[in-house]
Design a protein around this ligand. Structure first.
Ligand SMILES: [Zn+2]
Length: 240
């Protein structure tokens, strides 16, 4: 394990409520942040974080914690942004359990729960309602449980991660999203029926079975996904 000590070079912090600068340090505490491995060892950043008193007497926020640059780490994140991004990409490309195994080999400190949380948290709805979507299986756990991944194919973003692949669940999601006009899905499975039930007016497009086979399908059959599985997955459901 490599430990890196770090602290902010800025003498002030900005109140998140009133945006006023404050130089009044109230407290200091340690914040641990996992980073990408280096030289075959895990890396942990020991950041000296500070709490500040708001300098604005009219502000309701008396004390606030200084924030790191969002590009470095979000407020309550325990991972540096570039590590969180990599974990998200692994989860998207391989599914739950295989992604966790790969993360372990890469020395990335990530639990199964974290992996799922990262993928779900980043599955944020875009500002405009989705029009063209892709519906696909996603393995929560290799050979055990499958969810359904719904992507906005125009904005190249994940929209949602449904807890199962039941046609009723998918149909309910579609019924709640009347803006959807085109649904791209796998040839087999119940997604066709779900699409017809949830959005009977939408156009359905079945993916070519060979190219469209996802890493989750490969995992289900007990085989390792071929290199093309990851590529075809990315062209359909690119992580942000
Ligand atoms: Zn304030």
């Amino acid at each position: 394990m490599v430990r890196v000590s770090a602290r902010s070079a800025s003498p002030f912090a900005i109140c998140p409520l009133c945006s006023q600068r404050s130089l009044r340090v109230h407290s200091r505490y340690d914040r641990r942040l996992a980073d990408l491995p280096a030289h075959g060892r895990r890396v942990e950043i020991m950041a000296k974080a500070r709490g500040f008193r708001c300098a604005n007497d009219l502000c309701r926020r008396r004390i606030f914690a200084e924030r790191l640059d969002p590009a470095v780490a979000d407020a309550h994140e325990r991972r540096i942004g570039r590590l969180a991004g990599l974990v998200h990409h692994l989860g998207m490309a391989l599914g739950g359990r295989p992604a966790q195994a790969m993360a372990r080999r890469l020395l990335l400190p990530v639990s199964m729960d974290t992996l799922l949380r990262t993928v779900r948290r980043r599955a944020q709805a875009p500002s405009a309602p989705p029009r063209v979507i892709g519906v696909d299986e996603w393995a929560w756990r290799k050979g055990h449980r499958y969810g359904t991944l719904i992507c906005d194919l125009e904005r190249r973003a994940v929209l949602d991660l449904l807890p199962n692949r039941e046609p009723e669940t998918v149909a309910a999601w579609l019924a709640a999203h009347p803006s959807v006009e085109i649904i791209t899905r796998d040839r087999g499975g119940g997604y066709g029926a779900a699409a017809a039930q949830g959005r009977p007016d939408a156009v359905q497009a079945a993916k070519p079975s060979r190219i469209g086979r996802s890493a989750a399908d490969q995992a289900k059959q007990g085989r390792r996904p071929p290199p093309t599985a990851g590529i075809s997955w990315r062209t359909r459901a690119p992580p942000s």
